[in-house]
Design a protein around this ligand. Structure first.
Ligand SMILES: Cc1cc2nc3c(=O)[nH]c(=O)nc-3n(C[C@H](O)[C@H](O)[C@H](O)COP(=O)(O)OP(=O)(O)OC[C@H]3O[C@@H](n4cnc5c(N)ncnc54)[C@H](O)[C@@H]3O)c2cc1C
Length: 358
């Protein structure tokens, strides 16, 4: 069986690891000339660690990252929620904080040890499928035919566009930002996610999340254009390592399987970073796409993954709208929810499940 994976992000790398583990050596190509140094996702959920541990990658990620064990939520600088997320899960079920580029490096090193090297600088410009095969055309004009193609080429997927698959949805109005900061480790809790719902200056609020990425390193993500200036804490910032702005699309592909081509990860779905689900959903998709190809059961793949992504998109959109809402009734509801989560075991358990499970 010959399989092409388009895109060596977390989704494509997971698919390649799973195929290689099961004895199918795929070809994996990426348009970039070299591995990415951009770190978007930080939080790796326990389910992703478990999925990636089939090839030993999960433990390597957990050892390289920081264990995130607490979550604090604030509204207008008043603490609503303060929860130890390991209280209601297996003690090993912590979220791992690791920059996405490091995650991808560990995945591709393990992949290489299984005999698969990512081919960088190989952009796919077209994908077609007929009968029991699919043909890819590369930027240098060469074409090759495969039994299966997995399109894991991100939000602007050429695979999806070549096949004319509709990517239904919308773009959010606000410009979001990220920043990676170096802090003195003694100035903050290196095992805690802090999230603030801030009083915005328009008809909606803003959100800012601070995630630990390692000793002395944190990532800020905010719905404002400048996450450093939105930080409501007086911290001694040693250095600002990286900043960036991004827009958010909320979109879902109308079909996940066309002939011998499967879509996976951001190529199939996109949503806001609220809840930190995107990469984790992509890892889950990548594993499922590899299994679907090996077991030749793409119908189940399409049904299960589409339903899962709909669930995540609806959940993250609901959470985003609540967090950004200026409505005083929503505010009162959040205060009550915060009290229940902090003080009542049942609600705490539900909250922890929502934060740590995909
Ligand atoms: C600021 C920010 C913070 C985030 N934080 C989190 C978080 O904490 N947790 C989380 O789970 N998710 C998070 N996400 C989402 C996460 O980064 C994405 O969901 C994830 O990267 C998707 O992985 P992917 O492999 O599907 O796509 P990508 O990571 O986009 O990878 C696609 C790859 O395909 C390659 N490619 C594209 N076109 C072609 C082509 N034509 N030919 C060959 N190769 C091609 C690209 O070069 C790229 O390497 C965040 C996103 C942002 C923007």
């Amino acid at each position: 069986m010959n399989v092409l994976i388009v895109g060596a992000g977390p989704t494509g790398l997971t698919a390649a690891l799973e195929l290689a583990r099961r004895g199918v050596i795929p070809e994996i190509v990426d348009a970039k000339d070299a591995p990415s140094t951009l770190s978007r996702a930080v939080g790796i959920l326990p389910k992703s660690i478990e999925t990636l541990n089939r090839t030993g990658v999960g433990d390597k990620l957990a050892e390289s990252g920081v264990q995130i064990t607490r979550v604090d939520l604030y509204r207008d600088c008043k603490r609503l929620v303060d929860v130890d997320i390991t209280n209601h899960t297996d003690p090993t079920d912590f979220i791992t904080g690791l920059p996405q580029d490091k995650t991808e490096t560990i995945m591709s090193e393990t992949l290489a040890s299984l005999g698969v090297d990512v081919q960088y600088g190989r952009q796919v410009v077209d994908v077609e499928t007929k009968g029991t095969s699919a043909t890819a055309t590369f930027a240098d004009g060469r074409t090759a035919t495969y039994d299966w193609v997995i399109g894991a080429d991100g939000v602007a997927s050429t695979t999806r566009e070549s096949l004319g698959i509709h990517y239904e949805g919308y773009e959010l109005a606000e410009t979001w930002s990220i920043a990676d900061l170096e802090l003195l480790p003694e100035d903050y809790d290196t095992h805690k996610i802090n999230a603030w719902m801030l009083d915005g200056d328009c008809d909606q609020r803003d959100v800012l999340v601070m995630l630990p990425m390692g000793r002395g390193r944190v990532r800020l993500v905010s719905s404002t254009p400048n996450s450093v200036s939105a930080l409501p804490l007086d911290l001694d910032i040693e250095a600002v390592r990286h900043t960036g702005n991004f827009r958010i699309s909320v979109r879902h592909a109308e079909s996940y399987v066309t002939g011998r081509v499967l879509l996976a990860g951001d190529a199939a779905h996109a949503h806001s970073p609220v809840g930190g689900r995107g990469m984790n959903l992509g890892i889950d998709d990548g594993q499922a796409a590899a299994s679907a190809v090996i077991e030749e059961d793409t119908e189940t793949y399409a049904q299960v993954r589409q339903a899962k992504a709909s669930h995540v998109i609806n959940g993250t959109e609901r959470a985003r709208k609540i967090i950004l809402s200026n409505n005083p009734i929503v505010g009162a509801g959040l205060k009550l929810a915060g009290w229940l989560i902090t003080n009542v075991t049942f609600f705490q358990r539900q909250f922890v499940e929502n934060v740590t499970q995909l």
